[in-house]
Design a protein around this ligand. Structure first.
Ligand SMILES: Cc1cc2nc3c(=O)[nH]c(=O)nc-3n(C[C@H](O)[C@H](O)[C@H](O)COP(=O)(O)OP(=O)(O)OC[C@H]3O[C@@H](n4cnc5c(N)ncnc54)[C@H](O)[C@@H]3O)c2cc1C
Length: 453
C-alpha cells in the first residue's frame, strides 16, 4: 500500500526493535519491520530450551501475533527475510527471501532503525564452533539440547571407561550469566532428572566444569555476589575453574592454559560436550553498515553511536540494542550501556522518540539508561540479585529469595499470557518432580542439524 507518510524500516524484532515498533505504531509514520525469523525470542530463558526444561513456544512467539493489534492500526507491515545489505546513499535495504531460490527485494526508507543484535564470537577461532555450539538462537538451543541428551545415550552405549567418562564430562566455557545458568542446570539434570533411568551408567557421576578466563565468574556483578554464586555452584557439584584460558577445542575436549597468578601451565580436559558461552560480537550486518557509513566498530563488533543513538553523519539511521556501543548520559560522566534486554528496550523507545522529534523539527535527546539491576540464576533455589532501588541504593541478596525473585521477574517479563502460563506450569511441575518438559529430541538425518520444539 502506497502512503505519503515518512517510511521507517526497523531491522530486527528482538527486545529493541519490538519496543521501537510498538512506540511508532501510534505515530503518523509507515513502518516496515523485517526479521529473518518469524518469532520474537526471550533470550534470557533460552538456556532452559537448551537444557530441555522448556519447549521453544514457551520462550518465543510469532511476531505477527505479538504485533497483531499494532498492525490493525494500518501503518505497520511485518516481513520475514534476512537483510543482507543497506544502500545508505539510495536509502534502501536489501532483503533476501527465506525460501531456497528466492531473489532479493529492496525496501526504501526515510528513517532506519537497526536492531539486529549479536552473534556468537569465537575470538578468531571459528573452527571451534562445530565442537562448542553457542547459545543465541532457537536453532542453537536445539543443537545443544540434542548434544546434552545424546551424550548420556552415548555414555550408556560406551564400553570403554575412558570413552564413557568423556561422554559424561560437560565443559561450559564462559562464566557469565549464561554459562553459570547452563552449569547449574546440567548438574540438576545429572543428579536428579535422569536418576534411575540408565542401567550401565550413573548419571550422577557426570562432571560439569565451568571454565572462566578471568579471576571470577559473573564479572559484571560486584565481587561479593560473584563469590556467593561460585559457592552456590560448587554446592550444586560444579567444578568452577577461573583463571583458565581456552587455547584449543576439538571433538574430544578442550586445551587450557591455567594461570595461578604467578605462572601458567597447560592442561587437557577430555569432554565430549562443550558449550560456548564466552562471547558475542555484532552481527555481520553491523560491519556492512560501518563500511557503508564510515561509522566505527568497537572491539565487540558494535557500532559506535552518537548520544541520540544515530550514526555519525547519518541522522536518519539509528542503531540500538546489543549492536550499539552506546553511552548513557545521566548525571556525571557518560557510562557505557550494558548489553541487556532492559537497555535494548529503553534504546528502542528512545530511538522511536528521537525519530518523531526529528520529524517535528525538534532537537533529539541524548539516551539515558535507567539501571534497575542485574540478576542471574545459578540453579535450583540458587541465584544472585543486585537491585538499584531509588532512594535506598543497592539491594543485594542471594540463595532462595534471589531465586524466587528471579523466577517471578522472568515470568513477568515474558511476552504473552500463554507463555507465562506455560512456563509457570512447567516450572511448578519440574520443582516437585525434577522432570524436564522438553526431553524428546527428534532424530536428525545423520550429519544434519537437530531441530525441535
Ligand atoms: C542466552 C542468553 C541469555 C541472556 N540472558 C539475559 C538476561 O538474563 N537478562 C538480560 O537482561 N539480558 C540477557 N541476555 C541479553 C539480551 O537477550 C540482549 O541484550 C537482547 O536480546 C538485545 O536485544 P536486541 O534487540 O539488541 O537484539 P536481539 O534480541 O538479539 O534481536 C535481534 C533480532 O534481529 C534479527 N536479525 C539479526 N540479523 C538480521 C538480519 N540480517 N536481517 C533480519 N533480521 C535480523 C534476529 O533474528 C533477532 O530477532 C541474554 C542473551 C542470551 C543470548
Amino acid at each position: 500500500m502506497k502512503t505519503s507518510l515518512p517510511r521507517v524500516v526497523v531491522i530486527g524484532c528482538g527486545f529493541g526493535g519490538l519496543e521501537a515498533v510498538r512506540r511508532l505504531s501510534h505515530a503518523a509514520v509507515d513502518t516496515t519491520l523485517i526479521d529473518r525469523t518469524n518469532h520474537h525470542l526471550f533470550q534470557p530463558l533460552l538456556y532452559q530450551v537448551a537444557t530441555a526444561g522448556l519447549s521453544a513456544p514457551a520462550v518465543s512467539a510469532p511476531i505477527r501475533h505479538i504485533l497483531r493489534r499494532e498492525m490493525r492500526r494500518g501503518n505497520l507491515t511485518v516481513l520475514q527475510g534476512e537483510v543482507t545489505g543497506i544502500d545508505v546513499v539510495g536509502r534502501r535495504v536489501i532483503v533476501a527471501g527465506t525460501m531456497p531460490g528466492d531473489g532479493a527485494d529492496t525496501i526504501a526508507y526515510d528513517h532506519l532503525i537497526v536492531a539486529a543484535g549479536t552473534t556468537n564470537s569465537y575470538f578468531g577461532h571459528s573452527e571451534w564452533a562445530r565442537h562448542a555450539p553457542g547459545l543465541k538462537t532457537l536453532a542453537d538451543a536445539f543443537v545443544i539440547r540434542a548434544r546434552v541428551i545424546g551424550a548420556f545415550e552415548e555414555a550408556e552405549r560406551a564400553t570403554d571407561p575412558a570413552v564413557r567418562a568423556r561422554w559424561l564430562t560437560v565443559a561450559i566455557i564462559g562464566g557469565g550469566p549464561t554459562g553459570v545458568e547452563m552449569a547449574g542446570t546440567m548438574t540438576e539434570i545429572a543428579q536428579h532428572t535422569l536418576r534411575g533411568e540408565f542401567r550401565r551408567i550413573d548419571p550422577k557421576s557426570t562432571r560439569v566444569v565451568l571454565i572462566e578466563g578471568s579471576e571470577r565468574i559473573l564479572g559484571t556483578f560486584v565481587p561479593e555476589l560473584s563469590r556467593r554464586a561460585r559457592e552456590q555452584l560448587v554446592r550444586l557439584g560444579v567444578d568452577v575453574r577461573t583463571g583458565c584460558r581456552v587455547t584449543g577445542i576439538d571433538a574430544d575436549g578442550v586445551n587450557l592454559e591455567v594461570h595461578d597468578g604467578v605462572s601458567a601451565r597447560h592442561e587437557r580436559l577430555e569432554a565430549r560436550t562443550v558449550i560456548w558461552a564466552a562471547g558475542v560480537t555484532g552481527v555481520p550486518l553491523g560491519r556492512a553498515l560501518a563500511e557503508a557509513t564510515g561509522a566505527t566498530l568497537d572491539r565487540g563488533g558494535r557500532l559506535v553511536v552518537e548520544p541520540d543513538l544515530s550514526l555519525p553523519g547519518h541522522p536518519e539511521i539509528a542503531v540500538i540494542g546489543d549492536l550499539a556501543a552506546a553511552l548513557s548520559y545521566g548525571d556525571g560522566a557518560p557510562k557505557p550501556v550494558p548489553g541487556l534486554s532492559p537497555s535494548a528496550k529503553q534504546m528502542g523507545r528512545a530511538a522511536a522518540a528521537n525519530l518523531l522529534h526529528r520529524l517535528r523539527g525538534e532537537p533529539t535527546r541524548p539516551f539515558r539508561y535507567i539501571d534497575y539491576g542485574n540478576l542471574a540464576t545459578v540453579g535450583r533455589k540458587a541465584a544472585v540479585v543486585d537491585l538499584g532501588v531509588p532512594l535506598i541504593g543497592a539491594v543485594r541478596f542471594s540463595g532462595i529469595p534471589a531465586w524466587l525473585f528471579w523466577l517471578f521477574a522472568h515470568i513477568y517479563f515474558l511476552i504473552g499470557f500463554r507463555n507465562r502460563l506455560n512456563v509457570m506450569l512447567d516450572w511448578a511441575w519440574a520443582y516437585f518432580t525434577h522432570e524436564r518438559a522438553a526431553r524428546v529430541v527428534p532424530q536428525p538425518e545423520r550429519g544434519a542439524m537437530p531441530t525441535g520444539s
